[in-house]
Design a protein around this ligand. Structure first.
Ligand SMILES: Nc1ncnc2c1ncn2[C@@H]1O[C@H](COP(=O)(O)OP(=O)(O)O)[C@@H](O)[C@H]1O
Ligand SMILES: [Mg+2]
Length: 357
């Protein structure tokens, strides 16, 4: 019966606790009971709004605008009235009203720097498990923004995810946040046994650690995007401090293959990144994503690899690390274009215990 519940939940796109054995009580497995039905003003900000709700937009004009790519409040907010007039046949006055409503609802305003500084003071950091990596990152993986690791197959991206599942749960004086983790798994690569191994190495009870990791398998890019929206429901209820997407781009990459589909893919990916960014900022959680690399035939010398997703992913990820294998258990992480930290690279190890110096 319990097993059936888990399967049901997976099919209903919910997050489930992954367990090594099935000895958890059903409350931990039942995600329906965790989802808050209460209105949440923060959640309202994250939920994509339908442009149909804007003043002056009926179903026909909404259809025309969507077809022309003006399918979000963001897109309408930065449009010119004449564009809307031309595309949807709105009157100029209506177009102006509609743009104003989109802008108001997005709160596209200025914030004074002292408020920004206050917000930044609330940034939490999660230890990577390696002192030299933490130093490279000025303390660890940050809340309020997206951190991206990219690298080739087996460069250790998923190892980072597993390790952070554990370190997020550590007490604050050990570099953790005593928080839980949401894990969106797009490649079916989550391995609870491996997380368990790392938990034991940190002196934590692996069963307790598993109960605080909520995993959902994403079957395609739409599903992945939906899961990110659903994540919001769990964040406050479960004291989530870290949201992982491993891998960010694999579903998008396999679904949008042709050259002609590239702009569709980028638009969708952009929407996904914006949602992740909002989740990070509004809920003060760390968002950690992994990304693959593609070989670049045009680069003959230097590093022939570049991350998938182009500028869309590059700009949304505040901290980016390029991972590569060295000899044995040794790995190299290179910090790439961080807005406030110097570029640099450090060596660390991936061992049975996890990530360490
Ligand atoms: N139990 C372990 N002990 C030591 N190293 C491990 C262990 N499990 C995995 N690894 C290392 O991690 C590598 C796989 O990394 P992974 O995170 O799956 O790569 P990616 O997600 O980048 O494709 C393996 O090749 C191995 O070097
Ligand atoms: Mg992986």
């Amino acid at each position: 019966m319990k097993k059936e519940k888990i399967m049901d939940n997976e099919e209903n796109n919910d997050f489930v606790n992954e367990t090594i054995d099935d000895s958890l009580d059903s409350e931990d497995l039942e995600t329906d009971t965790m989802v808050s039905k209460d209105a949440d003003p923060i959640k309202d900000k994250i939920k994509p709004k339908d442009i149909l709700d804007l003043p002056g937009i009926g179903p026909t004009s909404a259809e025309k605008l969507k077809a022309a790519g003006f399918d979000t409040y963001e897109a309408i907010a930065v449009a010119s009235p004449m564009e809307l007039v031309a595309i949807a046949g709105l009157g100029e006055g209506t177009a102006i009203k509609c743009i104003k409503a989109a802008r108001d609802s997005l709160e596209m305003g200025f914030e004074s720097a002292d408020i920004l500084l206050e917000k930044r003071k609330m940034i939490d950091k999660i230890t990577t498990g390696s002192a030299s990596l933490d130093e490279l990152l000025a303390g660890g993986i940050e809340s309020q923004s997206i951190t991206e690791v990219y690298g080739m197959f087996a460069s250790g991206k998923s190892q980072w995810c597993f390790q952070l599942c554990v370190t997020t749960q550590l007490p604050k004086d050990k570099g953790g946040l005593e928080g839980s983790v949401l894990y969106i798994d797009t490649e079916n690569s989550f391995r609870p046994e491996r997380v368990s191994q790392m938990a034991i190495a940190k002196g934590l009870d692996p069963d307790e650690v598993m109960k605080k990791i909520f995993v959902a398998r994403a079957y395609n890019s739409d599903h992945q995007m939906l899961l990110a929206e659903k994540a919001v429901d769990l964040i406050k209820e479960k004291n989530i401090k870290l949201l992982i997407v491993d891998s960010l781009t694999s579903q998008f990459r396999s679904e949008f293959t042709g050259r002609g589909q590239l702009s569709d893919r980028q638009q969708k990916l952009n929407k996904h990144m914006r949602l992740l960014q909002k989740v990070a900022e509004l809920y003060n959680v760390a968002v950690f994503v992994t990304n693959q690399v593609m070989s670049r035939p045009d680069v003959l010398f230097g590093d022939p690899t570049d991350a998938i997703g182009g500028n869309v992913v590059k700009h949304a990820s505040k901290t980016r690390l390029y991972l590569r294998k060295s000899s044995g258990s040794k790995r190299i992480a290179k910090l790439v274009d961080s807005p406030a930290l110097p570029d640099g690279e450090v060596a660390y190890n991936v061992t049975e215990k996890g990530i360490e110096d």
